[in-house]
Design a binder for this molecule. Structure first.
Ligand code: RIB
Length: 282
């Protein structure tokens, strides 16, 4: 109510809620909101700066109590402006621009990249490629760092023509798959930076007669609910999506209560989930 200066509404910006990763995180947030009697206003920015600005303005007009930001495309200038105003408590989730003031919760993406690559190496793979995302996204840089670390440790060369860039959407994986298919010299294993790209990659390979994991091994990232039901069941890096959502909103609520609280960064440990998309070459 206006009397206690709260509207019991929370705004949340996500890049695109059609990606099951985001949908599952949102579910964690929504569960908490429902339980606490808060209403969640969900906004898809879709990488569109104008949409982002419009939504931020609308959410400010609605006087939301706090804001969760889970969009890679968050504009740095906008963030600075929000931080300077200081009247809208905020938590950055998953990835976002470096900011010295805003609370943040993310997975240890370097570790995730390292663990996935090491698993391939332990299973006899030496020719390993990646389907990454744009390097301006912190999660992509970190996952790639983990990949290089594992390759370096095993004294394996990285073949840069096997490092393809996607955009975390299926279409980009289809394009990448066709590039891999056209290669004379192909990797035996590909680390995909999210599950939906891994799935699109696998189905494009299968249509071209390349079998997973017999001809080529794949590891995804996220462990979306669908991953165990895919064919083959996908080996992937698990991110605790519901917990990410729930913890983010808890941090936000603490921030709402104490706006001067010291800035905090929470890191979640990614875990490998072994299923059937990697062949043991040993
Ligand atoms: O599927 C979306 C991906 O982008 C996830 O891996 C998430 O961590 C984000 O960075």
């Amino acid at each position: 109510s206006l009397k206690c200066n709260t509207t019991r509404t929370i705004g949340m910006l996500v890049t695109k809620s059609t990606n099951p990763f985001f949908a599952e995180v949102v579910h964690g947030v929504e569960e908490y909101c429902y339980g606490e009697g808060y209403t969640l206003i969900l906004c898809n920015t879709e990488g569109n700066l104008e949409k982002q600005r419009d939504y931020l303005r609308m959410l400010a007009e609605k006087r939301v109590d706090g804001l969760l930001v889970m969009c890679s495309d968050l504009d740095e200038k906008l963030l600075e402006l929000l931080e300077r105003k200081k009247d809208l408590p905020m938590v950055i989730m998953d990835w976002g621009p470096e900011s010295p003031h805003t609370d943040k919760i993310q997975d240890n993406a370097e570790l995730g990249g390292y663990v996935a690559t090491k698993y391939f190496i332990e299973h006899g793979h030496t020719n390993i490629g990646c389907l990454s995302g744009h390097p301006d996204k912190s999660t992509c840089r970190e996952r790639l760092k983990g990949f290089y670390k594992a390759m370096d440790e095993a004294k394996l060369d990285v073949n840069e023509s096997w490092l393809l860039e996607g955009d975390f959407e299926c279409e980009s994986a289809v394009i990448a798959a066709n590039k891999f298919i056209a290669m004379k010299d192909r990797p035996t294993a590909i680390f995909c930076f999210n599950d939906i790209m891994a799935m699109a990659l696998i189905s494009t390979f299968e249509q071209a007669g390349l079998r997973v994991p017999d001809d080529i091994s794949i590891i995804g990232y996220d462990n979306i609910d669908l991953a165990p039901y895919f064919s083959p069941p996908l080996t992937t890096i698990h991110q605790p999506k519901r917990r990410l959502g729930k913890t983010a909103i808890e941090i936000l609520m603490e921030r709402v209560k104490d706006k001067e609280h010291e800035r905090r960064i929470f890191e979640m440990a990614p875990e490998l989930v072994v299923r059937k998309s990697v062949k043991d070459l040993n």
